[in-house]
Design a protein around this ligand. Structure first.
Ligand code: FPP
Length: 240
């Protein structure tokens, strides 16, 4: 099925709806996040199988620190368990793990587990999985601007390339496709610079129910779209 689709080089996902998925079933929010972690695991595997090269998962935004303390510790416990349990398989499948965001601001146990996972998977090249953690896109852009000032760049040297090279995603292509689950239609401070030409796919499905089959539906939509990058339809057609 997926083999009939155009496979984006980079897919970025806003994994939304764990809490509502749990509520609908009379379960705790923690159970929703647990189910969300299983969904993430299946999506990573599927992306590896179909040849996606970069997958970015919005796992914890800087704004998420305002959630109840217990919920925050549940999410980071799940993350550490995920890394401990999956790292061997990730490396076996040639999957590299990276963090987008300020890792220094994370709880020590998850920071250590992430640093270990990044080190162990550093030479993997088939798929890069970026976990956006303690991530704020506006903050990322501001940090890049500050870095250009610190490096003494002249106005003429302040280019898109100079900016992109200072973002957490440096060296990776911009997302071709951004998916948000659970019916919300916002970008929520996610990859604002990198999303300039991304296609968007929104679905009402809650994240724990976002199976590989749901990803294939997104890919079917994506495959039917014409990416214009500012050109007219005729210009694009005359190129092909
Ligand atoms: C959004 O659902 C989900 C999060 C903010 C946390 C995402 C975390 C995971 C899926 C678990 C860890 C993932 C990995 C890759 C190990 P929500 O709580 O905002 O749902 P709601 O809007 O329905 O309340």
């Amino acid at each position: 099925m997926s083999s009939d689709f155009i496979i984006p080089a980079h897919i970025a996902v806003i994994m939304d709806g764990n809490g509502r998925w749990a509520k609908k079933r009379g379960l705790s929010r923690s159970k929703g996040h647990k189910a969300g972690t299983e969904a993430a695991r299946a999506i990573v595997r599927h992306c590896r199988e179909i040849g996606v090269r970069h997958l970015t998962l919005y796992t914890f935004s800087r704004e998420n620190w305002s959630r109840p303390k217990e919920e925050i510790s549940t999410i980071f416990d799940l993350l550490v368990n995920f890394l401990n349990r999956e790292l061997g398989q990730l490396v076996e499948q040639d999957i590299r793990l990276k963090v987008l965001g300020d890792i220094k601001g994370l709880p020590m146990a998850s920071r250590k587990a992430l640093e270990h996972a990044m080190k162990k998977s550093a030479d993997c090249t088939s798929l890069t999985v970026n976990l956006a953690l303690n991530y704020s896109s506006r903050d990322e852009i501001l940090s890049a601007c500050k870095s250009m000032v610190r490096d003494g760049l002249s106005p003429d040297d302040i280019t898109e390339e100079a900016m992109a090279a200072r973002l957490y995603t440096a060296g990776q292509p911009d997302p071709d496709l951004i998916i948000r689950t659970s019916g919300e239609l916002r970008l929520s401070n996610y990859l604002l610079w990198q999303a300039a030409y991304s296609e968007f796919y929104f679905t009402d499905v809650f994240w724990p129910d976002f199976t590989p089959e749901e990803l294939d539906k997104a890919l079917e939509h994506y495959s039917g779209r014409q990416r214009r990058f500012g050109k007219t339809g005729e210009q694009i057609e005359s190129q092909s």
